[in-house]
Design a protein around this ligand. Structure first.
Ligand code: UDP
Length: 447
């Protein structure tokens, strides 16, 4: 543990990308760091802050020095960003995501103004890799810039090895920034994908600290329930938790395709029919995306919920995934293989049915199924097609014959919890990171 006097405390500035899969692990990381006596300041926007205000208020009440700084996102509108949009999940079309990343650079002048006035001055900045302009801010103020990897090293390495160098200016800048970073914080743990972390470290030639799974910082039900919570958007969560209480241990399949997926009704219907055909109890989370209305229409015209009564529950909006996954009745996780979801499944020892949809999710599927051997593919890989028959088969295979996979998932869960426990490797790595920044700070003071 790093113990410092209040005046000599290091001050970490954290800059998450405004997307649930990126903000959630950064907020977890913030809570892990602040518990070490470090001052933490998080840059975000009003609407994003509202998603984790309650969580941070509790940390603050217990005397921890964690602060939020709110940026004015209206400056993005001059570039064409939709009015009021502060998060990737608020974009009218996912095709705008790339442009949103570019528009975010407009926040640089106000960020610099704020940083200039911060007291004590920041000792380091940890930012999402998709915010390369923050590295320029850090450089201006002579603050070490550390990138946060919210994906797996397995996939990062895969990208490095395919040698498909980015051709557009934005991703070229992301690459350059990574290579010029002071170091990388990785949401993973020693023993999970260690060979890949090591090789990745060699290739990029940067210091790397594996400090995860960061979701394990949520040790009580309130924290788990409010993690990433969008106020008022979830319906039926309490009933669904009650329903889980009434189910047989390890019998329920939890189904969630992350915070950004927007599947059309034809594919959601295939998934719904597969859940029905599997004859297994399930809890299916429907995200409030642009197709929800049509999906709801299909559900209602089919009489789906009536047909599934007693066996399957549909939840709409935002659900407390950690709380659900750690419920003793949950015995399987049908996931789109977002890295946070994969790590969260591992952290509670639940094997998975994989249904990747885009980006690094196909690569994570390979890690889960072929390397870690804790999952069953529901499709052919490399395609986001959903076929009722193959999904049904994968669910049955996982829930009926999951012995070896379940055992392996439990072993990984034990390793993850050990890494995050007292004296565990992730705890040690976090100490090393903080100590390194403290050392740098005191050397600078002497100079
Ligand atoms: N999540 C949640 N409730 C939901 C949907 C998602 O808590 O209703 C959380 C989930 O636990 C994970 C994050 O949102 O921490 C999603 O990140 P992931 O990398 O799995 O996928 P993405 O949403 O980025 O595709």
């Amino acid at each position: 543990m790093v113990v410092s006097t209040s005046s000599g405390r290091p001050h970490f500035v954290l800059f998450p990308l405004m997307a649930q899969g990126h903000m959630i692990p950064m907020i977890d990381l913030a809570r892990l760091i602040v518990q070490r006596g470090v001052i933490v300041t998080i840059f975000t926007s009003p609407q994003n802050a509202a998603r984790f205000e309650k969580l941070l208020a509790r940390a603050k009440q217990s005397g921890l020095q964690i602060h939020l700084l709110l940026l004015d996102f209206r400056v993005l509108e001059a570039s064409g960003s939709p009015p009021g949009c502060e998060n990737l999940d608020q974009l009218p079309s996912f095709h705008l995501a790339y442009f949103f990343l570019i528009w975010l650079a407009r926040l640089q002048p106000q960020t610099e103004e704020i940083i200039q006035k911060l007291t004590p001055p920041p000792s380091c900045m940890i930012a999402d890799l998709h915010l390369p302009w923050t590295a320029e801010v850090a450089r201006k103020f002579d603050i070490p810039w550390i990138g946060l990897h919210t994906g797996s090293s397995f996939c990062q390495l895969n990208c490095e090895k395919t040698k498909e160098k980015p051709t557009d200016d934005f991703f070229k800048l992301v690459e350059e920034t990574k290579r010029g970073a002071y170091g990388m914080v990785v949401n993973s743990f020693d023993g999970l994908e260690q060979a890949y972390v090591e090789e990745y470290k060699q290739i990029i030639g940067r210091k790397t600290w594996c400090v995860g799974p960061v979701s394990l910082c949520n040790t009580d039900d309130d924290d788990e329930a409010e993690r990433g919570w969008q106020m008022g958007s979830a319906s039926g969560v309490h009933q669904c938790l009650k329903w889980l209480d009434s189910q047989i241990p390890e019998s329920v399949l939890y189904v969630c395709l992350g915070s950004l997926s927007n599947l059309p009704v034809s594919r959601m219907a295939e998934l719904g029919l597969a859940l029905e055909a599997s004859k297994k109890p399930f809890l299916w989370l429907l995200r409030a995306g642009k197709h929800l209305e049509e999906v709801n229409k299909w559900i209602s015209e089919e009489g789906y919920e009536e047909r599934m009564e007693g066996r399957g529950v549909v939840v709409r909006g935002w659900a407390p995934q950690l709380l659900i996954l750690s419920h003793p009745s949950v015995g399987g996780f049908l996931t789109h293989c977002g890295w946070n979801s994969v790590l969260e499944g591992i952290s509670v020892g639940v094997p998975m049915v994989t249904l990747p949809l885009f980006a690094d999710q196909f690569c994570n599927e390979k890690l889960v199924v072929d390397e870690l051997k804790i999952g069953v593919k529901s499709g052919k890989g490399e395609t986001d097609d959903i076929r009722k028959e193959s999904v049904t088969e994968a669910i049955r295979e996982l829930m009926d014959e999951g012995g070896e996979r379940r055992k392996r998932a439990r072993e990984l869960c034990e390793m993850a919890n050990k890494a995050m426990g007292d004296g565990g490797s992730s705890q040690r790595n976090l100490t090393l990171l903080i100590e390194e920044i403290e050392k740098r700070k005191s050397t600078n003071l002497i100079r």
